[in-house]
Design a protein around this ligand. Structure first.
Ligand code: KIV
Length: 280
């Protein structure tokens, strides 16, 4: 079935409609799988630093890495909107650097939009990127790039004061021109309240069912990342167990010469082999 490529207006129109499905993807095969499943947004998240590149955090991820992985995902996607994360340090040093780096993610990374972490403090930068013609998705609540300042990977917005700040953040990003906002690790009633208070779609991760869409890190969803699994992750598969079993069987079959068998080998005419042996 051929489906048309999703656009920013398509996502905006899903406010209060059918929930928007978002999954991370970091390369061509996962881009293809996410797209074939009909997922609306393939997010090239900087979580790639942890789940694919083995860094301890997302802070280490570079522009070159984001561009490299974004290009690979785009090659596998026909229908989903591709949103690529701006890595730490690529948008917080100056406005021209932010615009330049966001432009690179579209021109070189072939993304359809970029994602930026931060609320009120980032609103001016977001507005400048949007004015440059680049669609921006916001990200507030638990923002992994600045998790240390937030006191670690903790639920945000639990007090009335902190909740009010998150509402201000969401409104500032809406005003700045974001087409949607990721709400990460905040109480479900607060996420629902923010969702009702703004006119752009909210995408929740650990933010309960009251958002306009949901996002998960695909390696968490399929059971490929076992270093740490947050409470909000639902594991729909455990493919690491299947992969481990397949690799163990391969090793056994190589050592016992059960692999490769005839079905996985090439033959040649016996007389050609005889001719070869006569050459000696
Ligand atoms: O980097 C990422 O994967 C993200 C999602 C968790 C929203 O930002």
């Amino acid at each position: 079935m051929h489906q048309k490529k999703l656009t920013i207006p398509d996502i905006r129109h899903r406010k209060n409609g059918t929930p928007i499905s978002v999954l991370t993807a970091y390369d061509y095969p996962w881009g293809r799988l996410v797209d074939a499943a009909g997922i609306d947004i393939a997010l090239v998240g900087d979580s790639l630093g942890m789940v694919v590149l083995g860094y301890p955090d997302t802070v280490s991820v570079t522009m070159e890495e984001m561009i490299h992985h974004s290009k690979a995902v785009v090659r596998g996607v026909e229908h989903a909107l591709v949103v690529t994360d701006m890595p730490f340090g690529s948008y917080n040093s100056s406005m021209p650097a932010a615009i330049n780096n966001a432009t690179r993610l579209l021109k070189e990374g072939r993304a359809d939009a970029v994602k930026v972490e931060g609320g009120v403090a980032m609103a001016e930068t977001v507005a400048a990127i949007v004015r440059a013609g680049i669609p921006v998705q916001g990200h507030i609540g638990l923002t992994p790039q600045t998790a240390t300042s937030l006191g670690g990977f903790k639920v945000q917005g639990k007090s009335a004061h902190a909740a009010q700040q998150l509402l201000d953040d969401a409104r500032a990003l809406e005003e700045a021109g974001c087409f949607s906002i990721v709400l990460e690790a905040i109480p479900a009633p607060l996420a629902e309240h923010i969702t009702k208070a703004i006119s752009i779609p909210t995408i929740g991760i650990g933010a309960g069912p009251g958002c306009d869409g949901q996002v998960l890190v695909i390696h968490d969803l399929v059971g490929l990342y076992d270093r740490f699994t947050p409470k909000f992750v639902k594991q729909y598969a455990r493919i690491n167990e299947q992969v481990a079993a397949a690799l163990a069987q391969y090793k056994t079959e190589v050592e016992s010469r059960a692999f490769p068998d005839e079905a996985h080998s090439f033959s040649m005419k016996a007389e050609e082999m005889d001719k070869l042996l006569q050459l000696y």
